[in-house]
Every structure is written in structure tokens, then in C-alpha cells.
Design a protein around this ligand. Structure first.
Ligand SMILES: [Zn+2]
Length: 419
């Protein structure tokens, strides 16, 4: 302990925290092992804490007052990220032909490395047969004892969206159609009832009745890829719509300055918004404005990553289209001059929203964990407290605002540790 005396006060704190961090879980340091304790700075107030875990849940959180001024050590503890829009990852697309449980496993394991502890695999516009087949595979994956814990349900985006160029984004026009309750019921049954989130265009014929039925079934209704009027949007919200999917995207480049879908969705207090804050899908001032209107309670950060995320830059053929993964991490669809999904995990949204809006780390984490958990009815996750499932990330937040995940814990088990 003499060694500690030589050190400056701040260094002592840092050193002490490092020791605590190293001993966090005796013998815990291989993937899949039970974690008993995690120590670091609490994301809500930057103060040192110890989280005690029993089996799959948090049993208590203990304050570590002796480490109060750990300004040097920026090893934080927060709930794992919950991303309600992941189309695929590391080459595996959830809408692709040939999806397997093993591909879902590989994508899930790669997502753990970037702090995602739960996500909604998202299947987009395609044929009924393809939707049924892929949701059935996802339902099998969700039953797997390891990765199933990270898959609380699924997101269906399309096929009931606006077919016009721009509004449909990168969705294949060939498969876009009007809402059809019988078809949806067949797809829902193939998914073993695990579709918990549906993105739909409110102006399509039959959409309002469709939204009402989804709401009665307890499914989260999101408005997406649409050109709904103020009246369409009000009717959709009256029928139960909860959120606007990736506001500012899935929209034509040229829109009317008064009559466009953005204003009524911003003006409607009952609608949350999900935002892709990867630095490409929205300009900083759009994020700033949307955040000022909706605030940290009604904003959800999503990645919208596709299977190209995590792949080398270059040109790829995807769903019969040529798309380009740019080196800086964005996927473009040059033929229509639109973006074709994102390549940055939601961690980057957490970093960027702090940069753009000056919101606190706590608020940024709320938007990537608590809010999506609440929205999707995943009540055992999204915050840290006694009785909550032990879905925890430990990360370094450096001076440039970058987050580096050190450990990811799902239901009390270590699923990732940085080397
Ligand atoms: Zn979309």
C-alpha cells in the first residue's frame, strides 16, 4: 500500500478503481460465466457503485463513497443498449433468403461486442413466404437459451408502406402492398406471436383499421416510410400509434414546406420518435431540433444497421440493388440518391447525441435503453435496480466522447469482454 502513497490523489482514486474493476468478479473472466459483482461509475450520477448480482438479476446497488472524486477514471456502468431496429449485422440479414439460427447467433454475438444486450431483429418488405420463413427462423433463435435472452421480440417494417420513391427508401417496390390483416395474422403466427413492433404508413388504404387491430393485440405501432397528412397522422395516433420510426428518414428529398409528414409528427405530443444519430442519416441541427421537441423521455435511439454493418467498405448487391458501403460507415443507394440503412451500431448514436445536444450521459443512455424497453413493454430491462435483469455494460468514455465497451453482461452472464 506504500505504493499508493506516492501517487497523487487523483491517481490513487484511479488506481483504486482499477483494482476494484479487476477484482469485480473473482474468476469471472471468461464468456458465459456468472458475474457476481460489477464496480464502476454509475451512469446516472458519475459516482462509484457496486452492483451485486444474484443469478440473472440485480440484487442490490451499493454506493462506494470512498471513490467519490474519480475524475480520471471514466469506467462507467450502465444498462445494456436495447435497439429496436436491427436489420442484420456482420453479413447476416434478417430479411435475406437462407437465414439460419446460426447466422442469428453470430449477429447477436457480434452485437454484444458493441454493448447491445437486447434487440428486435427487424424484417422488412418482402414476399409473404419470405416474411413467414424468416420470422419462423427468428422464433427458433429466440428460443435458444443463449441468444434468446437478447431477443425479446421482433420488428416488422413494411410491407405496408408508401411505395413512392424517396418515401419507400431502400424497400423493394415490388413487395410493397396495402395492409392486409389476414396476411399479417399468418406472418404473426409464423413468428410464434413474437412480432411486438410494426412500422406502417398511415395513409395507405385500410391502415387506420390495421393500426387499431395491432393496438388491440398489444403490438407497438410505428409510423414509417409514409407521406401521411396531418389528418392521417392524427387518426393513426387516435387508433393507437406510438412512435415515428427514424423520423427525418424514409422521406422524399423534396417535400412541401407546409404540408409534409414531419410537422404533424413533431407537433403530436403522443408520438415518440426513433432517430438514427449515426452522423449521416440526420444533420446535427435536425437531431437538435427533434430532441428539443421530443426531449429525453420521448426519444429512442436506434441504429437501423443492416447486414453490411461491420463489413469492409465497397459495392454490394443487396435485394437486387447495388448499394455502396462507404469507408466512413454509411450505406448509400446511388440509383435513388437515398441512404440504404446504417452501418454504425447504436453506441455511435449515444456518442453523437451527447455531442449534438449536450445532453447528459444519463439521458443518452435512457434513450438507448430505458425508453426502448418501456416502449416495447420489456419491463425487466432498460434500467439498473434491484429486481431488474442483470443486463449491464461496462465502458470507457474518453475525452473525445467515444465509448469503448469493456464488458457486456446478459442476465448475469458475461457475454463479452474486451481483450
Ligand atoms: Zn426504414
Amino acid at each position: 500500500m506504500k505504493f499508493l502513497f506516492w501517487m497523487k490523489k487523483q491517481q490513487r482514486h484511479y488506481f483504486a478503481l482499477m483494482i476494484l474493476t479487476i477484482v469485480i468478479i473473482p474468476g469471472c473472466c471468461s464468456a458465459g460465466q456468472q458475474v457476481k459483482e460489477v464496480v464502476g461509475l454509475f451512469y446516472l450520477d458519475n459516482q462509484p457503485i457496486s452492483i451485486i448480482i444474484e443469478n440473472t438479476k440485480i440484487s442490490k446497488i451499493v454506493r462506494k463513497s470512498e471513490l467519490e472524486n474519480t475524475s480520471v477514471a471514466k469506467i462507467f456502468i450502465a444498462p445494456g443498449f436495447i435497439d429496436n431496429q436491427i436489420n442484420g449485422y456482420v453479413s447476416y440479414g434478417f430479411t435475406d433468403e437462407g437465414l439460419t439460427v446460426d447466422k442469428v447467433r453470430k449477429a447477436t454475438q457480434a452485437l454484444w461486442k458493441v454493448g447491445v444486450t437486447s434487440y428486435l431483429p427487424t424484417v422488412i418488405t418482402s414476399s409473404k413466404a419470405q416474411l413467414m420463413e424468416n420470422f419462423a427462423i427468428l422464433a427458433s433463435a429466440a428460443r435458444e437459451p443463449d441468444i434468446g435472452l437478447s431477443i425479446p421480440g421482433f420488428h416488422l417494417e413494411g410491407p405496408y408502406i408508401n411505395p413512392e420513391p424517396g418515401f419507400r427508401g431502400a424497400h423493394n417496390a415490388k413487395w410493397i402492398r396495402k395492409p392486409d390483416w389476414q396476411e399479417f395474422t399468418d406472418i404473426y403466427n409464423a413468428a410464434e406471436g413474437k412480432i411486438i413492433h410494426v412500422s406502417v404508413a398511415p395513409e395507405q388504404a385500410g391502415a387506420i383499421e390495421f393500426i387499431r387491430k395491432l393496438t388491440e393485440k398489444g403490438i407497438v405501432v410505428a409510423l414509417a416510410h409514409h407521406n401521411g397528412s396531418a389528418e392521417d397522422i392524427k387518426k393513426a395516433v387516435d387508433a393507437g400509434a406510438d412512435i415515428s420510426t427514424h423520423l427525418g428518414n424514409g422521406c422524399a428529398n423534396m417535400i412541401h414546406r407546409h404540408e409534409n409528414p414531419l410537422w404533424p409528427q413533431l407537433a403530436e405530443d403522443r408520438l415518440m420518435v426513433s432517430l438514427i444519430v449515426d452522423g449521416f442519416h440526420l444533420r446535427p441541427e435536425e437531431v437538435q431540433t427533434f430532441y428539443k421537441v421530443k426531449g429525453p423521455e420521448r426519444t429512442v435511439l436506434i441504429s437501423d444497421v443492416t447486414q453490411l454493418a461491420g463489413m469492409p467498405p465497397g459495392e454490394y448487391i443487396w435485394d437486387e440493388k447495388t448499394v455502396v458501403l462507404e469507408p466512413e460507415g454509411v450505406i448509400k443507394f446511388p440509383a435513388q440518391n437515398v441512404l440504404a440503412g446504417a452501418a454504425a451500431p447504436v453506441k455511435q448514436g449515444v456518442e453523437n447525441i451527447m455531442r449534438y445536444t449536450d445532453c447528459s450521459l444519463a439521458d443518452a443512455i435512457h434513450m438507448a435503453s430505458r425508453n426502448p424497453a418501456r416502449l416495447n413493454g420489456i419491463s425487466d430491462r432498460g434500467t439498473l435496480g434491484p429486481g431488474k435483469r442483470a443486463d449491464i455494460i461496462q465502458f470507457i468514455l474518453d475525452d473525445t466522447g467515444n465509448i469503448t465497451i469493456q464488458k457486456t453482461i446478459v442476465a448475469g452472464k458475461l457475454v463479452y469482454e474486451a481483450e
